[in-house]
Design a protein around this ligand. Structure first.
Ligand code: NAP
Length: 291
């Protein structure tokens, strides 16, 4: 079989929603050899069921990767209606449409569904009790439940502390670190920084390996705090700014941040997916960022 024929047979028709978002950029790059249909909100508003059904019926994708979301965690506290429409109704619409034409739905969720009250001696398993404390977390949980209620062929990847092309925590810290002699960073919130390139690769591997449908935790391997993460960024980027630890109580935000965002990765690793450590991911990201 010729290489071109082989590639054609392996290639999938993939619909990407929210195509201008941070994760979507990495998804588009990772799946560039597939038949990509990339849509922003103007082309496909996921909150509009009629539009979603017609679009999906017309293009009949093998896979829908939903990168659309309401991600402004603080703003969401004042905007339940819109956050719910995008994070809950949107995934529901996509699940209904995907189920009708037999597409696999890939959706991204968050550690915020747990609420973060678990002792930091422990880590969250996929089916642990959900207790979201923010509008963002509540609406993202509703999105998960809506998918589970409307289709069987789905992957929900819960991720956390995402950074990648565009504005993100790492870029902000580098900018501040270059401008200031010292900065304060929260040291009592624990989680796994996750590079969008690695999350896109996890999605890719899951589809290639056809791992069982369901919910998976999908972050880079290893845990840290925002404080230690910042110290590592400065070390790797040769920035001499001093990092001073502060507590969450000293750095109050409109939406309460989870103290424990640590999610177990056993399920995804056992499914055969290769996931790099957060330190390795940061190294690769900085190579691009500091070019
Ligand atoms: N960022 C994180 O730290 C983080 C952590 C955990 C989980 N996640 C999850 O990871 C996923 C990707 O996050 P991200 O950071 O890449 O998000 P993002 O950069 O905020 O991108 C979301 C995209 O969705 C689009 N969108 C909003 N409403 C829409 C609608 N009704 N129809 C279609 N598109 C719409 C937005 O367009 P406009 O910009 O034009 O509104 C934006 O381009 C999300 O599900 C998020 O909840 C993110």
């Amino acid at each position: 079989m010729s290489r071109i024929k082989e590639r054609e047979e392996k290639s999938m028709k993939i619909l990407v929603t929210g195509a201008n978002g941070m994760l979507a950029k990495a998804v588009k790059e990772k799946f560039k050899l597939d038949q990509l249909i990339c849509t922003d909100v103007e082309e496909l508003d996921i909150t509009n069921l009629e539009q979603v059904e017609k679009f999906v019926e017309d293009c009949k994708p093998n896979v829908i990767i939903n990168c659309a979301a309401y991600t402004a965690v603080d703003k969401a506290e004042e905007d339940f209606e819109l956050a719910s429409k995008i994070n809950s109704k949107g995934p529901e619409n996509l699940a209904i449409a995907a189920n009708k034409v037999g597409s696999t739905l890939v959706h991204i969720s968050t550690d915020y569904v747990f609420g973060g009250k678990l002792s930091t001696e422990e880590i969250y398993q996929e089916d642990d009790e959900k207790a979201p404390e923010t509008v963002y977390g509540i609406t993202k949980l509703q999105g998960e439940e809506a998918i589970e209620a409307n289709t069987k062929d789905y992957y929900i990847f819960r991720t956390a502390w995402l950074y990648g092309e565009g504005n993100n925590f790492v870029r902000t810290m580098i900018k501040l670190g270059k401008e200031k002699e010292q900065i304060t960073v929260v040291s009592d919130q624990h989680g796994s920084p996750t590079y969008t390139v690695d999350l896109a690769d996890i999605i890719y591997q899951a589809l290639q390996l056809k791992i069982p449908f369901g919910i998976y935790h999908a972050t880079n391997i290893g845990f840290t705090t925002w404080y230690d993460f910042t110290k590592e960024i400065f070390k790797k980027a040769n920035i001499s700014c001093k990092v001073v630890p502060v507590t969450s109580e000293e750095f109050v935000r409109p939406a309460k941040r989870p103290k424990n965002s640590m999610m177990a990765k056993g399920k995804i690793l056992e499914a055969g997916i290769n996931v790099p450590s957060w330190e390795d991911a940061l190294e690769r990201y900085l190579k691009e960022e500091l070019k």
